[in-house]
Each structure stands twice: as structure tokens, then as C-alpha cells.
Write a protein that binds this ligand. Structure first.
Ligand code: NAP
Length: 250
């Protein structure tokens, strides 16, 4: 019997221009996937990430979309699928912070973080699941945080959004398990990116002190876990949460 060839896979990474998202694009491209690099404002960085993916021998495009807008997410998923003829992997990576102690946190601070981190993932997942379900194959991975598991003073909005992602992925996992679509979550700890560079030095020192490995992670450490969950061989893993945190969340 002639074995059917595995099709070339295609992935969409939200917030793929910088930091963890960029590293995820490169890790997936290294594994032979075509890549749609989503960005909100970082057009030049997104084009650079796409060019770096192409240099690895795959196709890659940069696609602008603000994940806070449902229509933009729908269009983004359609454009990614149109670019490569299919969409096999969605990485919900786009995220923001607006840290304040609870009593100082306004409704706008709360909404801004929930809209990007949680609702953005909901909109993209909904659009992608529709395609993946028909395809009978898909891998959805959301980038949560150890803060979503343990909470963090000054990050009630962020922690709520990241905890929400875990419930979102588990629910999607249950709804689409029978269609060959998996949904998993990664929870990075303290990773060196623009997001953590913006923290005060004392807060960064405190975070490092809380890591048994004694050092921050690299975007590539998170990307390796994303690439694993996005691969064919992770097909029997769904609804799971994988911490990439140097032991921080133990
Ligand atoms: P980063 O360097 O600040 O990158 C954030 C990314 O999110 C950027 O690519 C940005 O795109 C994108 N983004 C923000 N708002 C968006 C929107 N409305 N629509 C589309 N994209 C949007 O942060 P990072 O550290 O790589 O974070 C990536 C993810 O990992 C986030 O979800 C973050 O919460 C999570 N995480 C990070 C850490 C850490 O220690 N760094 C720990 C745990 C979890 P533009 O540049 O185009 O605006």
C-alpha cells in the first residue's frame, strides 16, 4: 500500500514580530512549517521575522491585525490560510501588561489586558478551529503565564487573563478532540524579552531570586515547548498545561 505523504504544515503566530512570538516563528520554521507572522504595530520587525523564516527554507508572510478586533482576527486566520492553502497551527501569543495594585487599577486597565490576552485568543481560536475542524487536523497553543496559576501582586488583570486562557484551551480541547484538533497551554515563567526589560530592576532581581535555576529563561526555551506541542507527534496530548519556568512555579 502506498503511504500518503504528510502535507507541509502551516502556522500562524499572533504577536510574532518580537520576543517569544518571534522565537516561536523561527522554531516552527526550523521544523519545516510555513509561517504567518502576525503583528499589531511592529511592521518592520514582523517583516524581518518573516524574512528570517524564509531563510530557513519555508514560506512566510507578515500579516497586520489587532487581535482585540474580532473581524480582524477572522480576516487574519483567512489570510494566513489563503497564503499557504491551509492552516494547521495557531499560537495565541499576543499579550500586554498594565500592572497596578488592585485599588489603583481602573476598568480600562482591566479591559485592555483582557481584550488582548484573552478575548484576542478567543477570536483567533474560534476562526482557526472552524478551519481545523473541517481539516480534521489542528494544533492550538496559547501562551499563558505562571502568573495565571499563582497570581501576582500588581497583576490582577494579567493573571485573570492568563488563568482564563487555561480554561479556554481546556474547553476547546474537549470540544474538538474527536476532530484531530488539540489545544494546549504553555506557561512561561520569567523570560528575557521587551516585556520583562520594562520592569524595574528590583522587580527583575526578585523574579530571578524566585527561580530555582537562578536565571531568566530565553524566548527560545518557550519556543521549543511550543514547537513540540505544535508537532505531529504531540497528537495525543490535549488540554494540558506545560510550564517553562526554570522551576519557578513548583
Ligand atoms: P513582548 O516582547 O512585549 O511582545 C508582545 C507581542 O504581543 C508583540 O509582538 C506585540 O505585537 C503583540 N501584541 C500586543 N498587542 C497586540 C494586539 N492587540 N494585536 C496583535 N499583537 C499584539 O512580550 P513577550 O514577552 O514576547 O510576550 C509574549 C507572550 O508571552 C505574551 O502573551 C506574554 O504575556 C507571555 N509571557 C511572557 C513572559 C515573559 O517573562 N516575557 C512570561 C509569561 C508569559 P507588536 O509589537 O506588533 O505590537
Amino acid at each position: 500500500m502506498v503511504q500518503s505523504e504528510t502535507p507541509r504544515r502551516a502556522a500562524l503566530v499572533t504577536g510574532g514580530a518580537r520576543g517569544i512570538g518571534r522565537a516561536a516563528c523561527l522554531a516552527l520554521a526550523t521544523g519545516g512549517m510555513d509561517i504567518a507572522v502576525n503583528y499589531a504595530g511592529s511592521a518592520a520587525a514582523a517583516e524581518q521575522t518573516a524574512a528570517d523564516c524564509r531563510a530557513l527554507g519555508v514560506q512566510a508572510v507578515a500579516l497586520q491585525a489587532d487581535v482585540r478586533r474580532p473581524e480582524a482576527c477572522k480576516q487574519l486566520v483567512e489570510d494566513a490560510a489563503a497564503a499557504f492553502g491551509r492552516l494547521d497551527v495557531l499560537v495565541n501569543n499576543a499579550g500586554v501588561t498594565a500592572d497596578k495594585l488592585l485599588l489603583q487599577m481602573t476598568e480600562a486597565d482591566f479591559d485592555a489586558v483582557i481584550e488582548t490576552n484573552l478575548k484576542g485568543a478567543f477570536f483567533c481560536t474560534k476562526a482557526a478551529a472552524r478551519l481545523m475542524m473541517r481539516q480534521r487536523y489542528g494544533r492550538i497553543i496559547s501562551v499563558s503565564s505562571v502568573v495565571g496559576l499563582h497570581g501576582n501582586a500588581g497583576q490582577a488583570n494579567y493573571a485573570a487573563s492568563k488563568a482564563g486562557l487555561i480554561g479556554l484551551m481546556k474547553s476547546v480541547a474537549k470540544e474538538y478532540a474527536s476532530r484531530g484538533v488539540t489545544a494546549n497551554t504553555v506557561a512561561p515563567g520569567f523570560i528575557t524579552t521587551d516585556m520583562t526589560a520594562a520592569m524595574p530592576e528590583a522587580a527583575r532581581a526578585a523574579a530571578n531570586a524566585a527561580i530555582p535555576m537562578g536565571k531568566p529563561g530565553r524566548p527560545e526555551d518557550v519556543a521549543a515547548a511550543i514547537a513540540f506541542l505544535a508537532g505531529e507527534r504531540a497528537g495525543y496530548i490535549t488540554g494540558q498545561l506545560l510550564c517553562i519556568d526554570g522551576g519557578m512555579g513548583m
